[in-house]
Design a protein around this ligand. Structure first.
Ligand code: PAZ
Length: 382
């Protein structure tokens, strides 16, 4: 029957096979999987829950020998911060992140406006030491980091391109199958929706000068997806197959799956999150808006319906003074569509005093406990 479940499953499987046949794995996959296997065995033996956290943005290369690529805004703040709170909640974490994006713990001292050298000074003996005002925070971060390192609780893997990301996700997820209900997939990476398939990619740097243009070295009957025509650069991308359904049904069928939905239009956020939940039938979609993602997110799940998590008004800015003090927000993404605002109407900027991930992860851990209990009731095991 057209459109029946088994038909769409067959199509999904065919799409998966086509994608992974045509777009080869990263060279580092083999070594990443060996590390992951050992990590998983160690922590399952100890009965620990494992979180796979994806983080940062995927790139879309335009050339095989890549000079140019498309990228997105994500710095990996959500993923790196969440990984720390998963570790705090007792999880072992596989951190699959975009190379050179933020990392747990070091994030406190990288990618910000000041250099890490600004935290240092030279003492009387000519030795480099941490400045007094940074000592308490750095001691706290260092202690956590040292504990995590000593106990081998964090495995860091990296990707750059969309294809590398998908290969890593698929293969790591399959390795994590034995962890079953004790595993959570927390998909915070900003994943490209469009890409250049390998067989529509030119080998060499796209030439801007018409005298040197050579667009014919791909193996597909279609023209190269990124090419010059006259003086213009034409980019004609193809959709990346949606693999969330395969993750839910095939790669990690017994684990908790949390996906993120990013929007910029507040009126679409909840609808799109509900649509994703309905379509992929996983456990939780976390909706967030680009402009307010550090202050509020919405959980959409079959378990609990729609639930907003917000940084409390008194903690919404790091320095609460005069004009920066906030009034409670009217509406927001779930109300009249306005953004979180300062009392003078300026859009929220900077950093909240409380990291919203410190509120998100305990909620997820609690949901995860409920799911594990359900699994034990149903199957007698996790
Ligand atoms: O990395 P970051 O902290 O700057 O941004 C986090 C985020 C907005 C990428 C993440 O919360 C998210 O929504 N990820 C999924 C994006 C999507 O593909 O819809």
């Amino acid at each position: 029957m057209a459109g029946s479940g088994s038909d769409s499953e067959a199509t999904a499987e065919a799409l998966e096979s086509q994608y992974f046949t045509n777009n080869p794995p990263p060279l580092s996959l083999h070594s990443h999987l060996a590390l992951t296997q050992a990590f998983i065995e160690r922590h399952t033996d100890q009965g620990r829950r494992i979180a796979l956290v994806t983080s940062g943005g995927t790139t879309v290369p335009l050339e095989n020998q890549t000079v140019r690529y498309l990228d997105n805004f994500s710095a990996g703040t959500r993923g790196a911060t969440s990984a720390e709170y998963f570790l705090e909640a007792g999880y072992a974490v596989v951190f699959l992140h975009r190379q050179f994006s933020l990392l747990p713990y070091s994030r406190h001292y990288s990618h910000n406006t000041s250099s890490f050298l600004d935290y240092m000074k030279e003492d009387q003996d000519g030795r480099v030491v941490v400045q007094e005002q940074h000592q308490p925070e750095m001691v706290r971060v260092l202690r956590e980091y040292t504990h995590v390192k000593k106990q081998n609780l964090l495995l860091i893997l990296s990707f750059v391109t969309i294809t590398e990301y998908l290969w890593e996700l698929r293969e790591v997820a399959k390795l994590m199958r034995p962890v079953g209900a004790k595993a959570v997939f927390y998909l915070a990476a900003a994943v490209s929706d469009f890409f250049v398939p390998k067989d529509r990619m030119v080998e060499h740097k796209i030439q801007s000068s018409e005298e040197f243009q050579a667009n014919g070295d791909n193996t597909n009957s279609k023209p190269p997806a990124a090419r010059t025509e006259g003086k213009s650069l034409i980019i004609d991308l193809e959709p990346v197959p949606k693999f969330l359904k395969q993750l839910v049904d095939g790669w990690a069928p017994n684990s908790m799956i949390v996906s993120f939905k990013l929007e910029t239009d507040p009126s679409m956020l909840v609808r799109k999150a509900q649509y994703a939940l309905e379509k992929y039938q996983h456990h939780l979609v976390i909706g967030n808006l680009l402009s307010t993602r550090k202050w509020e997110v919405v959980f959409v799940s079959a378990m609990d319906g729609e639930k907003w998590i917000r940084v409390p008004p008194s903690r919404r800015t790091k320095s609460l003074s005069g004009i920066e003090a906030l009034v409670g927000r009217a509406g927001g993404a779930d109300g009249d569509g306005s953004e979180l605002k300062h009392s003078d109407g300026r859009a929220m900027q900077g950093e909240p005093a409380v990291e919203i991930e410190s509120l998100i992860i305990p909620e997820i851990a609690a949901m995860h406990s409920r799911l594990i209990r359900e699994s034990v009731r149903e199957k007698g095991t996790v």
